[in-house]
Structure formats: C-alpha cells, structure tokens
Design a protein around this ligand. Structure first.
Ligand SMILES: [Zn+2]
Length: 399
C-alpha cells in the first residue's frame, strides 16, 4: 500500500522542523517533498498536524512472572505510537528461549519491534537474582568464567543486549536482597565478552557511586538516571565516552479510571503509616533524577526516554509514548527538540535499530505518529495520537 501524508509539519532529529509531504510505500518511507497524490493509493491531508517518527522506549519489562506471556503491552505500544521497545530483563523464571519464541510467533505489525536483554546476569543475592525471595529470575554466577558462560548463553538465545545491576538500596519487591553485588572484576568480564559478541550492556543503577563503578567498567548505557546527585565530572565523562542515560525519572503512565484491575498484581502498596514518607522520598528522587538529566543534557549527553513499564492496570492506555518523562524534562527547561530526540533517534541508535527507526529518512521503516496542532501546549496530545502507522500499517486513525 502507498500512503501519502500531505502538508504535515514534520520533525525528526536528522532535519528538524519543516513542512512537507511524506510517502509511505509498503513497510518503508519512500519519499519526502512536494509529492503528487497520483503516486499513492491513499492520501491523507495533515494540514495543521505534527508528524514525528515512531517512538522507542528504552526500558520496559514484558515478562512479569511465570504465567503465560501477555500480549497487552506490545499491542498497546504499537497502536499508541511506540515503534520499538527494549525489554530490560525478564522478571520471570521461564526460559529466555520461550520468551523469544513467543515474540516471534506474535510479532506482526500490530506489535512494536522488541529488543531483548534476556535475563539479569548477577551474583546470587544480587538485585537481579530473585523475585520474589527464593524465586530465581537471573543467570547467576560467581566467577569471571561463569559470567562469560552466561553472556554466551544469552547470545546463543538471540539476545542482542545485556542487563546487569548494581544496587544496595531497599527494593519494593524484595527488601531482603542487596547484600551482594557484582564486583568490578565480574562486570569487566561481562562487558568484555558482550562486546566480543557486539552486544551492548545496560545497567540498573540508581546511585551515583554505582554509576561511577559501571562507567569505569565500560557499560554502554545507564538503564536509569540516578536518584541522588551525579557530579558534573562523571556526567562529562559519560558525554566523552558517549554513554547515554535512560530517563525513568517519573515512570510509566497509569490509568486512574475507577474499577480497573491489573491483569498481573504488582508489589503490595505500602502500609498507610509509611505511604506519606515514601511519597516524599519518591518526589525527592524524581527531583534529583530530573536535575541530573538537565545537567547531562546541557553538557551534551544523550538521554533515552524510558518508562520501566511493567505492572499496569490498563496496557491499552498505559503502554504509550513516554509523555510523563517528556513533561518532566520540559519543565526542567530542556528544549522540545532535545526531548523528542531522546524519544526517537537516540534510543533507536542505542538499542541497535538506528538504521531502521528513529528518523523520517527515506528507506527507514514506515513508523510515524501524528497529532493535531504543534505541541506548543506540551506533549499530552502524544498520549493518544491521532494517526499511528506501524511498519506501513495504519493502527490508529482519528483524522
Ligand atoms: Zn526495569
């Protein structure tokens, strides 16, 4: 099918803002310019609309427990304008091979592209080892040789990325953990082997001191933004080494419609006597993360929008473009174009899809999102786009 999108205000990180027509032919972007409607089977007039590349969420979780894998989140992302996601570790004891086989069986054009990190590689008792207590979800080892074997195993299963963790803070899922962490020697062994395979390593990290260690050991991106102060010299070093930072400052959108029940129960809510204190801590953590991102961006750092979406009461509406992250960055004074780059080109590059996604360049996949208006009032229209085309298939059309 040839679809002509006429008179849109286009933006991408390659060419910035401009007024043009875009021709989508089958699965790819075929042409941009002043184009003749006779070239297309269908033409849509997008006068007054903003047209962007499909988004990439650099941090999500699809496999949440040992039950059947749920299609809800992937279906939500695709129809809401997220063209690709990086699954940042299965939170499940099921085999990686089953997870990837399930994706291959379902991954038609109603799905985003999914990039897999497989399972956490960790030491017994580490952040990514168990969930809940006693239930192993990670690939565990204690020697450099065991780490190399774990990397090789994930590579053989078809994972192109890896996930590790450094964390000794309390975790809502399992407060008994955090006694053990990967040593720098083990992290270096993992990173070296991953790079031999051309795999990139992301890391769960919430504290500046751990980020320091991970950067020293050669990780490729930080899977979160730390929630304490990250000194400028470390941010500058990340810019120099081109190590991007995934935002996860605010987290995923949730649906507050009364009566919605999650298909998968998340961690229990905190008891009322500590809920207020926890909310205060969360607000302080978010403020630190946003400030780190603001300074990182000002120094030239690459941000990757990521939500850490896992448990949700409605994937139909919550698996979406990371508008909460985007609004937090906008309020911090980061320019609109910098935020859009963090949701499109930079995460596409970081997850290894830069040749297929992230900009509107001819030859890339026909993944586009359009909304009415020019986003001058904020990013909220992107929550429910007016037009979504995923690899040439129209999934949402309200125009
Ligand atoms: Zn996560």
């Amino acid at each position: 099918m040839k679809l002509l999108l006429k008179n849109a205000t286009l933006w991408d990180a390659a060419k910035g803002w401009r007024q043009n027509d875009l021709l989508l032919a089958d699965e790819v972007i075929a042409a941009e310019g002043t184009l003749d409607a006779a070239q297309a089977d269908t033409a849509l007039d997008l006068t007054g609309c903003t047209l962007l590349p499909g988004f990439v969420d650099a941090h999500v979780h699809i496999a949440l427990d040992d039950g059947p894998f749920l299609e809800d989140a992937p279906l939500g992302w695709a129809k809401n304008g997220v063209a690709a996601v990086r699954d940042c570790a299965m939170l499940s004891a099921l085999p990686v091979a089953d997870f990837i086989a399930w994706q291959r069986g379902h991954g038609d054009r109603r799905w985003p592209l999914v990039v897999n990190t497989g399972k956490y590689i960790d030491v017994p008792g580490g952040y990514g080892s168990e969930l809940p207590p006693g239930h192993q979800i990670g690939l565990l080892g204690q020697t450099p040789e065991e780490m190399v074997a774990a990397v090789d195993a994930l590579w053989a299963e078809g994972c192109t990325k890896l996930k590790i963790a450094l964390d000794d803070s309390p975790n809502p899922f399992n407060p008994t953990l955090r006694e053990h962490n990967l040593s720098p020697e083990l992290i270096r062994a993992i990173v070296r082997r991953a790079h031999d395979h051309g795999m990139r390593v992301t890391a769960h990290v919430l504290e500046a001191k751990h980020l320091r260690t991970l950067v020293d050991c050669g990780i490729d991106d930080a899977g979160h933004t730390p929630t304490d102060f990250v000194p400028d010299d470390l941010l500058r070093e990340m810019v120099e080494k081109d190590i991007p930072m995934v935002t996860t400052a605010v987290g995923p959108v949730q649906d507050n419609t009364p009566g919605l029940k999650p298909k998968r129960p998340g961690p229990p809510p905190p008891p009322p006597e500590v809920a207020g204190e926890m909310a205060k801590k969360k607000a302080a953590a978010t403020a630190h993360a946003v400030d780190n991102l603001r300074r990182f961006h000002a120094l030239g750092g690459r941000m990757l929008l990521g939500t850490d979406l896992m448990f949700s009461n409605n994937y139909d509406t919550c698996a979406c473009i990371p508008v909460l992250e985007m609004e937090a960055l906008r309020e911090a004074g980061i320019p609109v174009e910098g935020i859009l780059t963090a949701g499109t080109r930079d995460p596409a590059d970081a997850v290894g899809l830069g040749d297929r996604l992230g900009t509107l360049e001819v030859g890339k996949l026909a993944c586009v999102v359009a909304v009415k208006g020019v986003l001058s009032g904020g990013f909220s229209p992107l929550l429910r786009p007016d037009l979504v085309v995923n690899r040439g298939e129209i999934l949402t059309k309200k125009l």
